[in-house]
Ligand binder design. Structure first.
Ligand SMILES: Nc1nc2c(ncn2[C@@H]2O[C@H](COP(=O)(O)OP(=O)(O)O)[C@@H](O)[C@H]2O)c(=O)[nH]1
Ligand SMILES: [Mg+2]
Ligand SMILES: [Zn+2]
Length: 337
């Protein structure tokens, strides 16, 4: 049967495995693959569908479908993995990213800052979730919440326990129909456990933490989107080990708003806030008005971002000079004839 434009249907990518996708249109789900043409044209990871994407599919027999096109993305969450040059997509069209940390062993402000930076770069609203609050005292929790508030001024913080259900109802009420929520955070912090609670059933396997090694087994191996009873959509992620940032220059400035404010008063417009005389950031650091931890994380993320931008530029330059070389060789060949 010949495919015509009108036989395409809109669908959403709801799960992603190696080279295979699960897609859902308004009436049913399919196993889907992309067209050979799409695969051939793909220049990088970002050209492939990712969970949350809206796509155009052609339905086939036996619940199979072919993905013909990715519709323009409203938002896009991606990170840089260690040792890889290109960015790795996490999910598309997310409205809210829940950054989950467990209050016992995982708590780390620098890591929050990293996540907030890629979330800001993806044009997504962040919400911080502190989970496993059953494991610490109210006072210890209050202190952690204060630390977060001191570091990030306008981020919503939810506190939950998937073990005794504290905060789960409040979180459920925050989830709106038709919006997509993506859970990110290290492995073992309780992302799948929280989603199970929100779903009201144990759909997702969670890790058994071995009592002898305190290490859990990886259970969430793929990304998947689930629809809650109220029509809100949540995406579970396998634990993300490395949250590298790509070229996120602007976002670093946004997340470190008070440093960008200070930077306006530096003597040099291109001040790197590293050693320059008349640097307002260093002055605030010396005066104790800026936390050293925050300053160091700023410098680190900025360096990472600049480094990524540089290597991308370098790569383009190399590609161009290769292009020129090919042209020259062709010219020489012509002359030689
Ligand atoms: N005490 C306690 N344990 C939790 C809580 N949430 C999850 N866990 C446990 O932490 C382990 C990892 O949870 P899991 O949901 O698989 O984490 P994920 O890797 O982020 O998806 C499991 O053994 C859960 O039972 C919580 O709020 N309190
Ligand atoms: Mg999980
Ligand atoms: Zn400066």
């Amino acid at each position: 049967m010949k495919q015509t434009e009108s036989s395409f249907k809109n669908a959403r990518i709801v799960a992603q495995y190696r080279g295979k996708y699960r897609v859902r249109s308004d009436h049913k789900e399919f196993w889907a693959e992309i067209t050979g043409k799409m695969m051939f044209a793909a220049g990088s990871q970002t050209d492939y569908p990712v969970v949350g994407d809206k796509v155009e599919i052609a339905e086939m027999a036996d619940d199979q479908a072919i993905i013909h096109r990715i519709l323009p993305r409203k938002t896009f969450l991606q990170r840089k993995a260690a040792g890889k040059d290109e960015l790795q997509p996490i999910a598309a069209n997310i409205d809210v990213a829940f950054v989950v940390q467990a209050v016992d062993r995982d708590f780390n402000l620098n890591r929050f800052e990293r996540y907030l930076t890629i979330i800001n770069a993806g044009k997504i609203k962040p919400v911080i979730i502190l989970n496993k609050i059953d494991l610490i005292t109210k006072e210890a929790l209050a202190e952690k919440v204060d630390q977060i508030k001191a570091r990030f001024h306008n981020v919503v913080i939810e506190t939950t326990s998937a073990a005794d259900n504290t905060g789960i109802e409040k979180l459920r009420r925050a989830i709106k129909q038709g919006q997509i929520y993506c859970f990110v955070g290290s492995s073992g912090v309780g992302k799948s456990s929280i989603i199970n609670k929100l779903l009201g059933q144990e759909l997702l396997k969670t890790k058994m933490i071995s009592t002898s090694t305190k290490k859990g087994k990886h259970v969430t191996t793929h990304r998947e989107l689930f629809v809650l009873k109220n029509g809100g959509m949540v995406i579970d992620n396998p634990g993300i080990r490395e949250v590298g940032v790509g070229n996120v220059g602007e976002s670093v400035s946004n997340v470190f708003g008070d440093i960008s404010e200070l930077a306006k008063h530096c003597k040099f417009v291109d001040c790197t806030h590293d050693h320059e005389p008349g640097c307002a950031v260093l002055a605030a650091l010396r005066a104790g008005d800026l936390s050293e931890d925050k300053y160091l994380n700023y410098i680190k993320l900025k360096k990472e971002s600049d480094h990524y931008a540089m290597s991308a530029l370098e790569k383009r330059r190399k590609d161009r000079s290769f292009g020129r070389m090919v042209k020259n060789v062709k010219k020489l060949k012509k002359k030689g004839r």
